[in-house]
Design a protein around this ligand. Structure first.
Ligand code: PMP
Length: 355
């Protein structure tokens, strides 16, 4: 039976990305050695990093003056590296979910960090829009897509300060205005690669201003100066990222990724809104195109487990909602084909007919 991978992360990657990475793990560039057993300083590996960096700059139209880094530690390490490197006097955070809250918690270790807006009281069911943003912030930190709650902003907010963006779960799903950010970071394991590498896009002239000593490994300048090679970078995940970037380019770039994301999300949200058994969990204008969250309507609550089992039997993988939300979450990252969403919709329709 065909399986459709709706996992929230690590999550679906294009089949050819997996196949090409697997081939290189067996025999890297015909060298007779595995990609997993070569030095990151081997002459054939530098071109991998160079091509990946060049593709990121091309796909996201990164302006001059920014560096692209591949680091370890996951997006979670960036929660602390961001204030370490950028917090001078006062930072602002939008509290839009679990990950945003964790990022704010780390910033408080370094100085004044304020919650500029929050949707916590409403169970994170919307993305805050009409808030007053202080003008004296070093940066406003935003989580562009809230993986657990299924809210997203697909356009930079109009604020009078510089942005820092956690784009772990929606990077490469749409064009972004990089010039508005001092730093963008993303754990790879959604739209980019297997887990193990974090992508950072950082504005060079913002570095070195924070009034504190920064341990070498946590200082972005170290990694900018050494081209992500200060220590051993995660070689296989970086190669996997390169394959995904080539795939995105060949498919038509982030504009095409956005078109597909909109088309997939429309099909699934339309069904959620139509089907008497289900309802969406977030306000319509905050709905994520990446993580589509829904629950059973109150009168059909008892059908949650049966629907989960029914869908699982039909090849739907990973649709259980995060434990803090419950219900269902269908993650529809770049590599999810429309066919997968249509299969899930068919499941919802057939299940409705039986109840
Ligand atoms: N930010 C967001 C938006 C996430 O979805 C996640 C993980 N799913 C993280 C941060 C944490 O990432 P990591 O596990 O790579 O530390």
């Amino acid at each position: 039976m065909k399986k459709y991978n709706f996992n929230a992360g690590p999550s679906i990657l294009p089949r050819e990305v997996i196949e090409n990475t697997a081939k290189q793990i067996l025999d890297f560039n015909g060298s007779g050695l595995s990609l997993a057993e070569i030095s990151h300083r081997a002459k054939d590996f530098q071109p991998v990093v160079d091509e990946a960096v060049a593709l990121i700059k091309e796909l996201l139209k990164v302006p001059e003056g920014y560096s692209v880094l591949f680091l370890g530690g996951g997006a979670s390490l960036e929660f602390c590296m961001i204030p370490y490197n950028f917090l001078i006097k006062k930072a602002g955070y939008l509290n839009t979910g679990t990950w945003a809250k964790k990022a704010l918690k780390e910033a408080k270790l370094f100085g004044e960090a304020v919650e500029v807006a929050s949707s916590a009281d409403a169970g994170y069911t919307f993305y805050p829009k009409d808030y007053e943003c202080p003008t004296d912030l070093d940066y406003l930190h935003i989580t562009t897509n809230n993986t657990i709650y299924g809210t997203e902003i697909r356009k930079e907010p109009e604020v009078p300060v510089r942005l820092i963006g956690d784009m772990s779960s929606d990077i490469f799903s749409r064009p972004i205005d990089v010039a508005k950010y001092d730093c963008i970071y993303a754990g790879a394991q959604k739209n980019l690669a297997m887990a193990g590498v974090t992508l950072i896009i950082v504005k060079d002239d913002c570095l070195g201003k924070a009034p504190r000593q920064i341990p070498t490994m946590l200082d972005y300048r170290t990694h900018v100066e050494k081209g992500s090679m200060f220590n051993t970078p995660p070689v296989v995940p970086i190669y996997c990222a390169l394959e995904t970037l080539r795939w995105i380019k060949a498919q038509g770039g982030v504009e095409e990724m956005a078109r597909r994301a909109e088309a997939r999300a429309k099909v699934l949200y339309d069904e959620i809104d139509r089907n008497k058994l289900f309802r969406g969990t977030v306000e319509k204008d905050s709905r994520s195109l990446m993580n589509i969250c829904f629950v059973m309507n109150d009168e059909y609550k008892d059908l949650e487990k049966p629907f989960f089992e029914y869908a699982t039997q039909r090849g739907m993988v990973g649709i259980k909602g995060h434990r803090s939300v419950g219900g269902f979450r269908a993650s529809c990252y770049n590599a999810m084909p429309m066919e997968g969403v249509e299969a899930l919709v068919k499941c919802m329709q057939d299940f409705e007919k039986e109840h």
